[in-house]
Design a protein around this ligand. Structure first.
Ligand code: GMT
Length: 385
């Protein structure tokens, strides 16, 4: 198949999933075309002969206070679909990609060319509009005009149906793990350097946005530290970092906390960690938690969104209400109480992550594309009518 993938090329979860999916599809022999404004982060070091990147230009002009990216992207899609003869367009994150793809589809149709569009909903493209009605009509329209729609968790599917009037069934296809990269690996020398007295290492990975409640990570860490000396590694960067640093200073624990910033080799850090902490206010899936579990790290998280679908309470970690740092701290101590308990949670975390192996999930996307292509001919007739 010749597949066009549209995504945000940044460190955000949707871009990561889109890139890993594209790489996986290419490995299986499909021709994959990424169409976005910059090479996606996880594509930069991965040269493959059947992966192509088409850069959407910055349509800047002195008149534009806001360069019209939507128009530039739609034009690029028309161009790439026509000249590369793509079979299907798969857009990740509804805003603005679903409606832009629909615009491109209509332009192509006016030239007698039909390309089906699959939209994958990732989370904030739905939950954000739940709080911000300014986007809602466009998002609903884009979803309803897609030939196929997938959501990364059952909870996200439910929320989408709750917020919008959705015509067709949304298919749940979970996010996945590439075990060639995220797997348990012995990094004891590295661990010893950071925790010389065998202290447990806690980790958190995010884009440091408010929704991640990174401040709570530090508060949970503080609660654990009072009972059991430990270390905290904070990976990622974003708008909340300054406030989080301030909290560490106030608590007086800066010497035990390391801000590592954005990291490419996250798996190396996960492999020296004993617990992963994700106290998000909202999380449609929680790919960061799954990546930790694939490296055999149990998870202390909130019980929101799709998190209960991956983190099994009392088995792979624990779930708590948003903001309940006391409960999250106590749960962490339950896991860290002795070596056997920790090992049991670690084993369970790894076993659960294996259910989301790319080899299990990727064929679901391929089957879905096939299904959409089969129904495309019928859809084309309806569109033309
Ligand atoms: O909010 C983020 O962390 C980024 C965002 C994105 O779309 O880039 O992540 C969302 O999609 C990820 C991949 O499907 C999910 O793992 C995250 O849970 C989801 N974030 C939220 O729902 C807040």
């Amino acid at each position: 198949m010749k597949i066009g993938i549209v995504c945000y090329p940044t460190y955000g979860g949707s871009g990561v999933v889109a890139t890993e999916l594209g790489k996986g599809l290419a490995k299986k022999g499909h021709q994959v075309h990424f169409i976005t404004y910059r090479a996606p982060v996880r594509l930069r070091s991965a040269f493959q002969e059947n992966i192509f990147f088409h850069e959407v230009g910055n349509a800047d002009y002195p008149l534009f206070e806001y360069p019209p990216y939507d128009t530039a992207l739609a034009s690029k899609l028309v161009d790439v679909v026509s000249y590369e003869n793509l079979d299907i367009l798969h857009v990740h994150y509804a805003i603005p990609h679903a409606t832009v793809a629909y615009m491109a589809k209509k332009i192509l149709l006016s030239k007698g060319r039909y390309v089906p569009v699959v939209t994958t909903l990732h989370g904030t493209d739905i939950t954000l509009v739940g709080n911000n009605k300014e986007f809602a009509p466009v998002v609903e329209f884009g979803i309803n005009k897609s030939d196929g729609v997938t959501a990364v968790s059952q909870n996200l599917k439910n929320q989408t149906n709750e917020y919008f009037d959705i015509k067709d069934d949304i298919k749940v296809i979970y996010n996945f793990i590439d075990f060639e990269r995220f797997k348990p690996t012995d990094k004891n020398h590295f661990k010893k350097a950071l925790a010389p007295d065998g202290e447990p290492i806690l980790a958190h990975v995010s884009n440091f946005r408010k929704v991640k409640r990174v401040d709570d990570v530090v508060k949970i860490f503080h609660k654990i530290y009072k009972e059991k000396p430990c270390k905290l590694l904070l990976i990622g960067d974003g708008p909340e970092r300054r406030n989080v640093e301030e909290t560490c200073r106030k608590i007086g624990l800066c010497h035990e906390v390391r801000f590592l910033g954005k990291q490419d080799a996250v798996e190396e850090i996960l492999n020296i960690s004993d617990l992963f902490i994700l106290p998000s206010e909202n999380e449609s899936f929680g790919l960061a938690a799954l990546e930790a579990m694939a490296c055999k790290v149990p998870v202390i998280s909130t019980n929101v969104g799709g998190l209960p679908e991956i983190n099994i309470h009392g088995e792979t970690g624990f779930l708590s209400n948003v903001g309940d740092v006391e409960d999250m701290g106590n749960n962490a101590l339950k896991i860290l109480k002795d070596a056997e308990t920790l090992e049991r949670f670690k084993e369970n975390a790894l076993a659960q992550a294996k259910r989301f192996d790319i080899d299990v999930i990727l064929p679901q996307y391929e089957a879905y594309y096939e299904h959409i292509l089969e129904t495309a001919v019928h859809k084309q007739k309806v569109e033309e009518a």
